[in-house]
Design a protein around this ligand. Structure first.
Ligand code: NAD
Length: 494
């Protein structure tokens, strides 16, 4: 059985904990590898390597750090297909989707290529007579990134590009379900000229994560995953004095007003609901349909689903791959099983696909869903789209704002005034206007509100640079004997 090891201090390190986890091929359901699960000493070794590499890396010029990012950008560009196939092999998403993931990750490296510009400080000459004041931003030290299974290439790139460009060193704990993309990134970073020890990978589970959260040499933790774990990461990390950004789960609503272009809305709902088999934190999982157009919209969505092909991600005619594990597939299926007794109707039923080998579940459409039903209240994270019928805009906005999650949302309308009011009213971090998956470009920042993000800083973009650096202000006077006096008064700027 292929065994996947850690990457510590510039080399592959075989795990010694005696614990391993299975890595499946989700398209067949067969275990294809086992991954080392780190113990405390292995996490400590990775942090020690990152700590040892930090002084030289933070002293490396901005020009040189930018050069590493430019090289990484070229290497990623040249290796898009290989990285995407690694993602497809372990995650299961279709290859075109994996290529999209790599492209969005690469944008974060392109952003980090501009690090000399991004780290410019301010300067005030003659703040007092002969005194200048300036601000600089410095790296934090060793930072840790803990990432989910659903974007094994993109989410690490959200973190590591800015973290390293800012002069930090990095310990990555990828999802144990699809750990290989991270090792491929480690290899590309090495080829790009990143010094040994600056980027380390420890595979593992709660044992490794909890050690990172309490390790005194870890200055900051970036996390992306489910809400209960995000809350645990935030609470434990901050209690241990670390800077933490912890992004959690989602339940994204798409509000369709009666004036919307219904074909466009149906296309968008299908793309955003079933892309990556619904395993996206920005997937649309609820369509809020104004009552007057609800029958029509449900019909149009349902009409599109028979042409979606569920199959292995490696096959070019598959639109939707399998789910990550059999256990997760069964959980997704259980929401559909319960829906009728809760009062919802199953308009399109994808459960037949669960009978074939692999962790498949076909596209499923539920109608007449209401808050209080499990399929509405929980994050399902699968190809199950729920339609909730609403009386109009006010009803819709009330429902979105009452939801504990607040990652993404979208409005579909032709009315610019309604869209503008929506943007004003809605209590959600990322908003689309006739755009169903409004993931911000890399020069903005990504993050939800409420139970979708714990911490003050959104991820990547300008807020990422801010998260991975801390400010320092220098007040300076150069010796000028003609202005030197003794003055016991409080320094004044006049
Ligand atoms: P998860 O929370 O189960 O795991 C995320 C990471 O935490 C993994 O590295 C995992 O090993 C680790 N982990 C799991 N259990 C832990 C525990 N008890 N203690 C400490 N660490 C633990 O999430 P997942 O299933 O890998 O990913 C799917 C979830 O991630 C969904 O809820 C999805 O919405 C969310 N997600 C959110 C965003 C976002 O930007 N907000 C992006 C992608 C995914």
């Amino acid at each position: 059985m292929n065994r996947i090891h850690h990457w510590i201090d510039g080399r592959s390190v075989e795990g010694r904990s005696g614990r391993v986890g299975p890595v499946f091929d989700p398209a067949t359901g067969v275990q294809q590898a086992e991954v080392d699960l780190a113990d405390v000493s292995e996490v400590d070794a990775a942090v020690a390597a990152a700590k040892a590499a930090f002084p030289a890396w933070r002293a490396t010029s901005l020009a040189r750090r930018a050069e590493v990012m430019f090289r990484l950008r070229e290497l990623l560009d040249a290796n898009r297909k290989e990285l995407a196939s690694i993602v497809t092999a372990e995650h299961g998403k279709v290859l075109s989707d994996a290529l999209g993931e790599v492209a969005r990750g690469l944008e974060n490296v392109e952003f980090a290529c501009g690090i000399p510009q991004l780290l410019k400080g301010g300067y005030s000459e003659q703040a007092a007579t002969g005194v200048d004041v300036y601000s600089i931003r410095q790296p934090l030290g060793v930072v840790a990134g803990i990432t989910p299974f659903n974007f094994p290439a993109m989410v690490p790139l959200w973190m590591l590009a800015n973290a390293l460009a800012c002069g930090n060193t990095f310990v990555h704990k990828p999802s144990e379900k699809d750990p290989s993309a991270s090792l491929f990134l480690a290899d590309l970073l090495t080829q790009a000229g990143l010094p040994v020890g600056c980027f380390n990978v420890v595979h593992g589970d709660k044992v490794a994560v909890d050690r990172l959260l309490e390790h005194p040499d870890v200055a900051a933790v970036s996390f992306v995953g489910s809400t209960p774990i995000a809350r645990h990461i935030y609470e434990t990390g901050t209690r241990n004095g670390k800077r933490v950004q912890a992004l959690g789960g989602a339940k994204n609503h798409m509000l369709v007003l009666p004036d919307a272009d219904l074909d466009m809305a149906a296309d968008a709902a299908v793309s955003a609901g079933y892309g990556s088999a619904g395993e996206r934190c920005m997937a649309i999982s609820v369509v809020l349909a104004a009552e007057s157009i609800a029958d029509d919209l449900v019909e149009r969505i349902a009409a599109r689903l028979p042409s979606l092909r569920t199959g292995p991600g490696t096959e070019p005619d598959s639109d939707m791959g399998p789910l990550i594990t059999g256990e997760h597939r069964d959980r997704v299926r259980s929401y559909v099983d319960r829906a009728p007794e809760e009062g919802a109707s199953v308009v399109v039923d994808g459960r037949a696909e669960t009978e074939r080998p692999g962790f498949f579940m076909g596209p499923t459409l539920l109608d007449h869903v209401r808050p209080g039903m499990a399929c509405y209240d929980d994050e399902i994270f699968g190809p199950v789209l729920s339609v909730v019928r609403i009386s109009g805009y006010d009803d819709g906005i009330r429902m979105i704002n009452a939801n504990p999650y607040a990652n993404g949302t979208a409005i579909f309308t032709r009315d610019g005034g309604a869209a503008r009011q929506f943007q004003f009213d809605v209590e959600v971090g990322m908003v689309g206007v006739n755009v169903p998956i409004p993931v911000p470009v890399s020069y903005y920042s990504f993050g939800g509100w409420k139970a979708s993000l714990f911490g003050d800083t959104h991820m990547y973009g300008p807020e990422g640079v801010s998260f991975y650096t801390r400010g320092k202000v220098v007040t300076s006077r150069w010796p000028d004997p003609s202005t030197s006096t003794i003055d016991l008064g409080f320094p004044q700027n006049r």
